[in-house]
Design a binder for this molecule. Structure first.
Ligand code: URA
Length: 208
């Protein structure tokens, strides 16, 4: 699966270990999500194109390079809100396109309940963020929706993924590059990633 990038680094491994620990408190959990998201975002934006610009340093007029693409971050509500600040720190000019998906606990299928995309969504590089890539259903539906709006360049960042979720996703969206910090063992009967880190939204927002 060429489109799947497992971003491995000792710092990521170390931070993931603390993130997974059920005794990690919400404040620390949010901090770790923020930090790991930075590494994944850094990797996922390596292929952004640059344009030459002219600037004046205090010493001389010179040429420099700036990013030549407009970016739209698409957080999947609600857990991905814990990743959003991290994105703004690295890409302060990004637009945000919110996507709300709720999971049917019986079928584990995700259904869209909210969307708010910028008007120029189709001319932007979309980076979808969602800490957990479980069944792949939300990821598939989110990419379907963005493609329907004419978005051509889509990337997906998740902290923890399941092998079956990635496999399901690739039946529909092989063109989307995925960046994950871990590919875990499996899903349990409730659709939770194993070993995973539990309900990411509950742990970010302290609603356990
Ligand atoms: N959503 C979560 O928050 N955790 C999982 O393990 C799967 C989906």
């Amino acid at each position: 699966m060429n489109n799947i990038n497992l971003v491995s680094h000792p710092l990521i491994e170390h931070k993931l270990a603390i993130l997974r620990d059920k005794n990690t408190k919400p404040f620390h959990f949010r901090m770790l999500i923020d930090e790991i998201t930075s590494y994944l975002l850094y990797e996922s934006t390596k292929d952004l194109t640059l344009k030459e610009v002219s600037i004046n340093t205090p010493i001389i007029k010179t040429k420099a390079k700036k990013i030549n693409q407009k970016i739209m971050i698409c957080p999947i509500l609600r857990a991905a809100l814990g990743m959003l600040d991290s994105v703004f720190k690295l890409i302060p000019d990004a637009s945000v396109g919110f996507l709300g998906f709720a999971r049917d606990e019986q079928t584990l299928e995700s259904k869209l309940y909210f969307q708010k995309l910028p008007k120029d969504a189709s001319s932007r590089v979309a980076i979808i963020i969602d800490p957990m890539f479980a069944t792949g259903s939300t990821a598939i539906n989110a990419c379907d929706l963005l493609k329907k709006y004419g978005v051509k360049d889509i990337k997906f960042i998740s902290l923890v993924a399941s092998p079956i979720g990635l496999e399901n996703f690739n039946k529909f969206h092989k063109d989307v590059k995925i960046y994950v910090a871990s590919i875990d063992e499996c899903l349990n009967e409730n659709g939770y990633i194993v070993p995973g880190l539990g309900d990411a939204g509950d742990r970010v927002f302290n609603t356990l």
